[in-house]
Write a protein that binds this ligand. Sequence first.
Ligand code: GLU
Ligand code: ZN
Length: 295
Amino acid sequence: MKTPSYIGRFAPTPSGYLHFGSLVAALASYLDARSAGGKWLMRMEDLDPPREVPGAQAGILKTLEAYGFEWDGDVVRQSDRHHAYQDIINRWFSHGLAYACTCSRKQLENYNGIYPGFCRDAGHSPDNAAIRIRVPELEYRFEDRVQGEFRQHLGRDSGDFIIRRRDGFYAYQLAVVLDDGWQGVTDIVRGADLLDSTPRQLYLQELLGLPQPRYLHVPLITQPDGHKLGKSYRSPPLPSDQATPLLLRGLRALGQWVPGELVYASPREVLDHAISHWDADSIPRLGAIEEARID
Ligand code: GLU
Ligand code: ZN
């Protein structure tokens, strides 16, 4: 079978509704995929039920549909993939590549999020413990299509990181790499808040023998008060009757050409215009300031 040349995806976390920042990320990944004649997959990253907002999964999909987006195939849910995550953890654990960590938050509080390796050779049982993956003392680097070269030394800047939490939930870093590999994703277009997760993901890809996808990290959208629009910020769902103006605003945030007559277009027409004029080289590196609150 010929491997498709472009498979993109959008992978929202249902810890809230779609906000303007995630709309911009969806828009960029969709336009990049479609302008390349590629597929665009939808994956719900529902790894953390306690943080899930009831109704957010359906709400996100409904908003995307109202905004004219069409994805290929069925929505994949990470909650259906636990066996795949656990299989890998078992393999790495039995090979000594992953280990159980019983450190408390308090024990780790003075290390700036860089794990000092206390449990590396302790041989703890995996029950009721977090599972960490050993990282090499190496620098991982990649070339982002918008942000340019990005490098991180895994030993110094991350340390052994968590792939399954103490409460039994699987970590984003592991699930995202396994699923992108399983779904054959060739191009990852997402928010720049995930730039510094990427080197850890490159390392996991290497362990799994997966090909490295291309990366494009879009600038974050900042609120007028300087806060970034994001997960911690509880936004209401984007209004369905504002699809065209918000898509146009998203396109401007991505540095795309937006002719005036598009204000009269349907969301679908806006997207079709944007696909045929998509220019990833015009995406600004740094975030735009959102002038007005959307509500
Ligand atoms: N689920 C992640 C988020 O909503 C995105 C993951 C990714 O695109 O790699 O921030
Ligand atoms: Zn520990």
